[in-house]
Design a protein around this ligand. Structure first.
Ligand code: M6R
Length: 608
């Protein structure tokens, strides 16, 4: 989605803005622009397309001197991608320039109001309304003006603002869209995300809803909506700068796949003491756990697929009914939620608009909300009753891999933690499950070792038009994720079905040489899956089986096989997904696709 960066200090601003925007490319965008002050006034340069286009226009920044400026990468919502719709948007009289992430929901009403008063609009964007309102209501004090405009706009926004009358100041304000301030030595920054400024400073302020920041080169002041000054403390970012870079891999996605063992270890190790799961960071009491009569798991995309695994795991171990929903459906379907419901929200970014709305819906009906989130301090984390962070580090590739793996690990931990509180399993079983959980990082690393087998297989099949993934129980859950991974980065049409559902329709699509990937790790239904493999082979399919390593040397129905270690049934998706993430990657690579930034996709979907 959109990205914001701003700088005020003594250095040349244009290269800093271009560099910062580059670090935000992973969020997805279709145009980019900057507004810079210099001794000849305020200058705006923007263009549709990749950042390289903007960089060329600016000759890498050298063509636009100045030491104060704001920049933006836009992902179109209101108005098609175009030069004119790109940000910064500037007011009619040229006094204010604005960059904006989010959506102004009442923009049409506000726009019509201003048009009637003679204001001339040039773009189709909701953001231009903000720029125009700032100038329209401005009576000398920019802070007053911003607070007035903020009280009139509805929706979500992170705004970076500069005003011609105050060339030594940048203003920032947010509501429901992330924004941080970076504190430097005689220089300060604004950004929608940390990687944009991490090469300049590690000390940041996180802005809360309704706060306005006023930045000069030596100072940052914060005000609330009543114009009262607020004191805030900086937070030290401990990430390695390298963690936000590719670190020697060709793509972030590959780097992140190989970070999975470590990320899972970081997520689980601090929460296992003396063989027991300890979730100190949550307030959910034993009494509350015992009172829960239903669990809802709500998320989008990959995070939703974690929820599907969660349903199988919770129902098997806890014998509690679980409903798993995509957030965009949940928020509008009037789910029957009570104060005995536990709603588990899963989100890497913690900012996904539908997931956030689902969370709010759940809270409105009195449910206890426990979230699994990767980004610390994100809106979903802040609004949940309890949050369990996955320690995956920044995930840059649009296609989620290490977030999926750490979310799964966190989900297993919640299941086992609740199982102990509810005494749902014997001590021996629980100990065995926890031992399996602790073995997960090494087993994931083992699956990653055999990447050449998958690379070779991908080289044989990257030209396919369609592919099908089949599985039963948790293998079906993994099929959903494997299919999403393939389609989002390789643009190959693929579908996931339960093995038993084939004969109810999809088997009519199987013909000579159709590739079917059969995940057959779930032991209880292995024979059933073999029957399904036979069925598709009889129609000409070529089958890659994902099997557990006890099947090495065993005659199966698959043409090709990839073996994963054995582990507790409900944890199998953590292993079976690894060769299929690799498969999606190598297929996309053979096809020459833009792996880290697939077309039409955004890393964080902060609009509905
Ligand atoms: O940040 P979130 O986990 O809430 O994002 C949810 C989905 O948008 C995300 O998982 C998406 O499906 C990924 N592109 C999948 O790789």
């Amino acid at each position: 989605m959109c990205g914001i960066v701003g700088y005020i200090g003594d250095r040349e601003v244009s290269p800093i803005l271009l560099n910062g925007l580059e670090k935000l490319e992973y969020r997805g965008y279709d145009s980019a622009g900057v507004a810079v002050y210099n001794n000849t006034g305020m200058h705006v340069v923007k263009s549709k397309g990749r950042l390289s286009v903007l960089s060329e226009l600016l000759h890498g920044g050298t063509d636009l001197p100045g030491t104060v400026g704001i920049g933006h990468t836009r992902w179109a919502t209101h108005g098609a991608p175009s030069d004119i719709n790109s940000h910064p948007q500037v007011s009619d009289g040229g006094k204010f320039a604005v960059v904006h992430n989010g959506i102004i929901e009442n923009y049409l009403y506000l726009k019509n109001h201003l048009i009637k008063r003679g204001i001339h609009f040039v773009s189709d964007t909701d953001t231009e309304v903000v720029a125009q309102m700032l100038e329209y209501y401005h009576q000398g004090d920019v802070l007053d003006t911003i607070l007035k405009v903020a009280s009139k706009v509805e929706g979500s926004y992170a705004l970076g603002i500069i005003c011609e009358e105050h060339p030594d100041t940048i203003y920032a304000v947010r509501k429901d869209s992330p924004l941080i301030i970076g504190k430097g030595e005689s220089e300060n920054f604004i950004a929608s995300d940390i990687p944009a400024i991490l090469m300049h400073t590690r000390d940041i302020y996180r802005m809360n809803d309704g706060e306005v920041a006023v930045l000069s080169k030596n100072e940052v002041e914060f005000y609330n909506h009543d114009k009262e000054k607020i004191e805030k403390v900086t937070e030290r970012i401990e990430w390695d700068v390298d963690a936000a870079e590719k670190g020697g891999y060709e793509h972030f996605m590959m780097k992140e796949m190989f970070e999975q063992p470590e990320a899972i270890r970081k997520t689980i190790s601090p929460r296992i003491h003396d063989g027991k799961i300890v979730l100190d960071d949550i307030a959910l009491t034993v009494e509350k756990i015992k009172d829960i009569d239903k669990i809802f798991i709500v998320a989008c995309g990959t995070a939703y697929h974690v929820g599907v695994v969660g349903k199988y795991a919770f129902e098997k171990i806890l014998r509690l009914p679980v409903e798993v929903d995509v957030a965009s459906e949940f928020r509008y379907r009037d789910p029957i939620i009570t104060d005995k419901s536990l709603v588990i929200i899963i989100s890497q970014s913690g900012e996904t608009a539908d997931t956030l709305a689902a969370l709010r819906e759940a809270k409105k009906h009195g449910a206890y909300v426990l979230s699994i989130v990767n980004v610390v301090g994100s809106t979903i984390a802040n609004e949940s009753d309890d949050v369990l962070y996955t320690w995956a580090g920044p995930e840059i590739a649009v296609a989620s891999t290490k977030a999926y793996s750490t979310q799964l690990a966190m989900m297993y931990m919640i299941v086992l933690y609740m199982a102990e509180q509810m005494q749902a399993v014997s001590t021996e079983e629980l100990n065995q499950y926890i031992a399996d959980l602790e073995s997960l990082p090494d087993k994931v690393a083992q699956c990653l070792e055999d990447k050449e087998t998958i690379q070779y297989f991908a080289s044989k099949h990257f030209n396919a038009q369609d592919m099908y993934f089949i599985g039963r129980n948790v293998d079906y859950a993994a099929s959903l994720e494997a299919s999403l991974k393939l389609k989002e980065i390789s643009y190959i049409h693929s579908e996931a079905y339960t093995g038993g559902e084939l004969k109810h329709g999809p088997i009519s699509l199987i013909e000579d040489n159709t590739l079917v990937i059969a995940i057959c790790t779930y032991q209880r239904l292995f024979d059933k899956m073999m029957s399904n493999v036979k069925e598709v082979k009889a129609r000409g399919a070529v089958v890659l089986g994902i099997l557990t390593e006890d099947k090495v040397g065993v005659q199966t129905e698959a043409d090709h096989a990839f073996f994963v270690p054995k582990i507790a049934d409900f944890m199998l998706p953590s292993l079976s997904i690894i060769p299929l993430q690799l498969f999606a990657y190598y297929v996309a690579s053979q096809k020459g696709c833009d792996i880290d930034k697939p077309r039409n996709l955004a890393k964080s979907v902060t609009v509905e």
